[in-house]
Design a protein around this ligand. Structure first.
Ligand SMILES: Cc1cc2nc3c(=O)[nH]c(=O)nc-3n(C[C@H](O)[C@H](O)[C@H](O)COP(=O)(O)O)c2cc1C
Length: 232
């Protein structure tokens, strides 16, 4: 185990509660219902709405879904001046180690200059223990995002989160073309083979469309069905 040539010590804060059982997966066979975590960051609510749609898709498929937020890390002045909002119906993630308690992980975050926001990155940077323990290896992972403009960096943002999931050893589930709603140019629409997306518009006032919500639900169902098959 090593980050580059430097092996972190388990007492390093970024390692969480690293234990030398890399790759050991919590058994989820038998009567235990598989559980999927939808973990997100949102400043203006679009990703929060998409998170609920992803969770609805997971539940439609018969699995348990929890929605959690990562902590806000922007200075209070920025939060106030830019009108960042928090959906208090969704509780904060308890810490990095709980990720390993789940049978799948779906990350959602809006684009920031074509990549994931620092709030999500800050949380993921505390997940050294999750990586070291290998508690997510082989489990399904997926991502969703939003941006103001149609070509404002959605796909690069999705991949910036997929990169993390691959380092955790996860099996990536995309928004495959079985979701036909991502085809066509009849309306402005998000959606990419790499994950579910929505477009907030230049002033952020556009809300996720029915089609984009359907894409998020489809992604949730796909993750759930994959988790169930892996658990069989
Ligand atoms: C610092 C900053 C950088 C942003 N960069 C981009 C960008 O590169 N492209 C884009 O289309 N939107 C960009 N946006 C707009 C956000 O992606 C948009 O507010 C977000 O998708 C809305 O999702 P939310 O309501 O869940 O926060 C940026 C917003 C902020 C605050």
């Amino acid at each position: 185990m090593a980050f580059g040539t430097i092996a972190p010590h388990p007492s390093d804060p970024i390692m969480g509660s690293a234990q030398p059982n890399r790759g050991a997966m919590r058994p989820m066979k038998g009567s235990m219902m598989a559980r999927i975590l939808v973990l997100y960051y949102s400043s203006y609510g679009h990703i929060s709405s998409m998170a609920e749609a992803v969770a609805a898709g997971i539940r439609d498929a018969g699995l348990h879904a929890d929605i959690r937020r990562v902590p806000e890390t922007a200075p209070e002045e920025v939060v106030k001046n830019f009108g960042f909002q928090t959906n208090d119906e969704h509780t904060l993630i308890e810490g990095p180690d709980v990720l390993g308690d789940y049978d799948g992980l779906v990350l959602g975050a809006p684009t920031r200059f074509g990549r994931l926001p620092s709030q999500m990155a800050a949380f993921l940077d505390t997940c050294g223990g999750v990586w070291a323990n290998g508690t997510l290896i082989g489990k399904p992972g997926a991502v969703f995002t939003s941006s103001n403009s149609q070509h404002g960096g959605q796909e690069t943002t999705l991949f910036s989160m997929i990169t993390n999931l691959l380092h955790f050893g996860m099996t990536i589930v995309g928004l495959d073309y079985g979701f036909e709603g991502q085809n066509g140019v009849d309306e402005v629409k998000g959606g990419a083979p790499y994950g579910a997306t929505t477009i907030a518009g230049p002033d952020g006032s556009r809300q996720p469309s029915d089609d984009e919500i359907d894409g998020a639900k489809y992604l949730g169902r796909r993750v759930a069905n994959t988790a169930a098959k892996l658990a069989a």
